[in-house]
Ligand binder design. Structure first.
Ligand code: ZN
Length: 155
């Protein structure tokens, strides 16, 4: 990254040490999307409770106002993804740290996905970056970036 000290960008290996499990990756994405705490993507309410039963999807919450359920990926391009969240985090990292962009061919090779999957991820990530959520604060000290992330605003 021209003009930026190299030590501001951690290696993927370091990120993996910080986020070694799907649960840790989910917590990371929650921190990115919800720096002020989770809010309902359906009605914008912050009031919620976590659903922790064995039959529940990980990270599932129920809104205390509209009673609809959601997770950190609801109403984002990551919703219903079959890919591990770690694959998404790596893809986000590659897009954000490639100042001239990264081709789906290269991304597929680095992530071990098909090119079609890498293309869809790249498209989804660029779409998220056009939304109005700033992931800068959550990543300060992690990745020095200035982008907009995951859509949906609290009321
Ligand atoms: Zn709600």
């Amino acid at each position: 990254m021209p003009g930026k000290p190299k030590n501001q960008i951690p290696s993927l290996a370091k990120l993996r040490r910080q986020y070694p499990t799907e649960a840790a990756c989910r917590a990371f994405l929650e921190e990115l999307r919800w720096p002020q705490g989770p809010f309902c993507p359906h009605c914008g309410s912050y009031a919620h409770w976590a659903l922790n039963g064995d039959s529940c999807r990980p990270g599932l919450k129920e809104c205390a106002d509209c009673h609809r359920q959601y997770t950190v990926t609801t109403k984002t391009p990551l919703h219903a993804t079959k890919l591990p969240l770690w694959t998404w985090i790596q893809a986000i990292y590659l897009v954000l740290t490639s100042s001239k962009g990264i081709s789906s061919v290269v991304m597929a090779r680095l992530l071990g996905t098909t090119q079609a999957t890498a293309w869809r991820m790249g498209h989804a990530i660029r779409e998220m970056m056009h939304h109005r959520y700033d992931i800068g604060p959550a990543l300060s000290g992690t990745i020095e970036i200035d982008v907009k992330y995951l859509g949906g605003a609290p009321k």
